[in-house]
Design a protein around this ligand. Structure first.
Ligand SMILES: Cc1cc2nc3c(=O)[nH]c(=O)nc-3n(C[C@H](O)[C@H](O)[C@H](O)COP(=O)(O)OP(=O)(O)OC[C@H]3O[C@@H](n4cnc5c(N)ncnc54)[C@H](O)[C@@H]3O)c2cc1C
Length: 277
């Protein structure tokens, strides 16, 4: 199916983009288009106008702070993150981006678009929660920072409101991260995904089991520094029973409950295998 007729503007500054969004309630930002254009073709979304953010160089790039923290422009593509020397300060970022879909999607899709879409099967929402990212959102009244845990509000819903633009993602320093998933085919959509960070207090987030990433605080509480497979399995044991995941054509709810325990244990072992900074 083809999308219905749609207005189009390609601003060259963030200020201009915000003005365009403010002037038309039916306008939506366009990033890589890898989700938005598809849902427009299916007529699930029919914005009146697209405000193309691809002309905004100020929203691209990865900056490494002296303390090892990262600031990533929302329009930075997965491929750019994978190729970025700076992003290697937190290796899990490039590793997970490399697992998303295929080369075409990775060349167009952006970190900002991935988390603004908040498709519950997307790779990056649970990862952002586990690494303790915060998102900078610009709007007509200025900019604000929102922690990842408050950013994801529901399926396809985030803290980015009408007329606003996600400008950057701030990621604190750390290296002891893990990510594991069971997907539909190689590099396919996640059936369940888990992200773990063991820098500082452990943080464990599970994707695809709820509308927003699920913070597995019960697992976190059981982690005591031992990241052997046995200890990881013991920490994850019982997680499934605390979840109420959806069942669908790809997996029953019970299977997702089981897989959640498996991928969380794998992600803990991976995170534990990595030395600190
Ligand atoms: C074949 C295929 C397979 C895929 N498989 C996976 C997968 O396995 N895992 C995965 O994680 N993803 C997958 N995706 C989705 C892909 O990663 C998309 O790139 C991503 O979900 C959206 O990023 P985008 O830059 O293309 O955003 P767009 O599609 O342009 O935008 C998505 C939404 O976010 C909004 N938006 C985008 N940027 C901003 C911003 N800066 N500020 C405010 N709002 C913004 C848009 O208005 C829109 O509502 C797949 C896509 C395809 C086509």
């Amino acid at each position: 199916m083809l999308p219905r007729e749609v207005g189009y503007a390609r601003p060259s500054t963030l200020g201009e983009a915000l003005e365009l969004l403010a002037s038309n309630d039916g306008a939506r930002p366009l990033a890589g288009g890898q989700t938005l254009v598809n849902v427009m073709k299916a007529r699930v979304a029919s914005p009146d106008a697209l405000v193309d953010l691809n002309g905004l160089d100020e929203l691209r790039g990865v900056e490494l702070g002296g303390d090892g923290s990262l600031e990533i422009g929302s329009m930075t593509t997965y491929s750019a993150i994978m190729a970025s020397a700076e992003a290697r300060a937190r290796p899990i970022l490039g590793e997970v981006c490399a697992q998303i879909a295929d080369v075409q999607v990775r060349n167009r899709g952006t970190i900002g678009g991935n988390i603004c879409a908040n498709d519950p099967t997307n790779h990056l929402p649970p990862l952002m929660v586990a690494v303790g990212a915060s998102m900078t959102i610009a709007g007509p009244d200025g900019a604000r920072d929102v922690p990842a845990e408050d950013f994801f509000l529901g399926v396809y819903m985030t803290a980015v409101g009408p007329g606003e633009v996600l400008t950057k993602i701030k990621i604190p320093p750390g290296r002891r991260d893990g990510f594991a998933s069971v997907t539909i085919g190689r590099d396919g959509t996640c059936i369940v995904a888990a992200a773990v960070s063991l820098d500082g207090e452990p943080r464990v987030a599970v994707g695809c089991v709820d509308a927003v990433p699920h913070r597995a605080t019960g697992v976190e509480a059981k982690l005591n520094g031992d990241t052997s497979l046995e200890a990881a399995r013991a920490a994850a044991d019982g997680l499934g029973a605390t979840l109420d995941p959806p069942g669908d054509i790809h997996a029953t709810a019970e299977y997702r409950q089981h897989v959640a325990e498996v991928v969380v244990a794998r992600a803990i072992v991976q995170a534990g295998s990595r030395g600190g900074r």
